[in-house]
Design a protein around this ligand. Structure first.
Ligand SMILES: Cc1ncc(COP(=O)(O)O)c(C=O)c1O
Length: 366
């Protein structure tokens, strides 16, 4: 009998008959078939604590394998370096996580001989055109951070596979609780586990998961070469976070809807962006759209002052944490971002307290 997602998030990835997976710091241990392996460089495995996390994430994603990494960016780099070589061409959505775009645009293009074409994947005709040339890999985030585009992952994947490309997506903003990209044919799903999976702002971690074992072996080998293993303590913290992922995600989603409804009534707010209100939302079949939103304000409101006036919401750059985080996009993140733009990662506080904090900050800026 297959249990519900919330049950599996609690019971999967256990160690023996114990309520928590021990933090195995040992770097030498008889890990597999009684063979003594060196946990990092030679063995190519992360050790029992990390392996328990990989088992848990594979279960939740419907994957056959997962490769944990030292950060979300580590998982992205492992994937791209494992799968690409000089002469390969990548088609990527024009708004993806900024450091992923910098890796693609920067080192991979300038030092490693990869070509990247940036496409607005909300436009299927543009994607089709880009896929006319041989394409090794397509890369996108189902919801773009911070532009808040919601993409049609199933349709993009279908077209990518028809073109013979490996399809890679960064599903950090939705988490497997809201969306499982492998179920619509994506080859590799990546998470910054630092965000919703860990959920408490206390562990950097990343994970990539898939079904094709050949791809999994390539990623695991690249992790060994690059050395970006996930530390056992952080694997433990991510697992601890995942145990409550469904409950936290429900609250993130509900709070986001409350904040969104309030923002729409505010005269200072000139527009809102939320994945659940984008053109593909109704057809997406997603049960909810996560904990991120963005809004623009009237000219004349000093957003740096607004951010400084916040008393409870934090001006921190991450997302998926228990606290509400309010950020202004960095210069590297400005594709499809209008002026006067604020990004919010809505936290788990009482919604009226989040709203009251925003309100007093607006009043202070009036
Ligand atoms: C969508 C997305 N992917 C990946 C990352 C990178 O994750 P990490 O900070 O764990 O390296 C981030 C970080 O903000 C992100 O927002």
């Amino acid at each position: 009998m297959t249990h519900d997602f919330s049950t599996r998030s609690i019971h999967s990835g256990r160690y023996a008959d114990s309520s928590a997976v021990p933090i195995f710091q040992a770097i030498n241990a008889p890990l597999h078939d009684e063979k003594v392996e060196y946990v990092s460089a030679v063995g190519g495995v992360g050790g029992p604590t990390t392996e328990a996390l990989e088992t848990l994430v594979s279960d939740l994603e419907g994957a056959n394998w997962s490769v944990a990494a030292a950060s979300g960016m580590g998982a992205i780099a492992n994937t791209l370096f494992a799968l690409l070589q000089a002469g390969d061409r990548v088609v990527a959505h024009r708004c993806i996580y900024s450091y992923a775009s910098r890796l693609l645009d920067g080192d991979l293009t300038q030092k490693w001989g990869v070509t990247v074409e940036w496409v607005d994947m909300r436009d299927m005709a543009a994607l089709e055109k880009a896929l006319e040339k041989p394409t090794k890999l397509i890369y996108f985030d189902p919801i773009s951070n911070p532009a808040m585009h919601l993409l049609d992952t199933a349709e993009i994947t279908k077209r990518g596979k028809q073109a013979g490309a490996i399809v890679v997506t960064d599903n950090t903003l939705l988490s497997p609780y809201l969306f499982k990209p492998l179920d619509v044919g994506v080859d590799i799903v990546i998470h910054s586990a630092t965000k919703y999976l860990a959920g408490h702002g206390d562990a950097l971690a990343g994970v990539a998961s898939g079904r094709d074992s050949e791809l999994g072996e390539k990623l695991a080998q690249m992790r060994t070469f690059l050395g970006g293993f996930l530390a056992p303590m952080n694997a433990f913290l991510v697992m601890r976070g995942i145990r409550t992922l469904p409950f936290r995600m429900d609250r993130h989603c509900d709070n986001t809807l409350s904040v969104l409804a309030w923002l729409k009534t505010q005269p200072q707010v000139t527009s809102v962006r939320y994945a659940g209100e984008t053109p593909h939302a109704a057809a997406s079949g997603l049960p909810a759209f996560g904990g991120m939103l963005a809004f623009t304000v009237q000219d004349g409101i000093d957003l740096k002052q607004f951010r400084a006036e916040l008393k409870m919401c934090r001006p921190w750059g991450s997302l998926g944490d228990i606290e509400t985080l309010v950020t202004l996009p960095a210069a590297s993140e400005l594709r499809d971002i209008p002026p006067n733009y604020v990004r919010m990662a809505v936290g788990l506080e009482a919604p009226q307290d989040i709203i009251a904090d925003l309100q007093q900050a607006f009043e202070a800026c009036a």
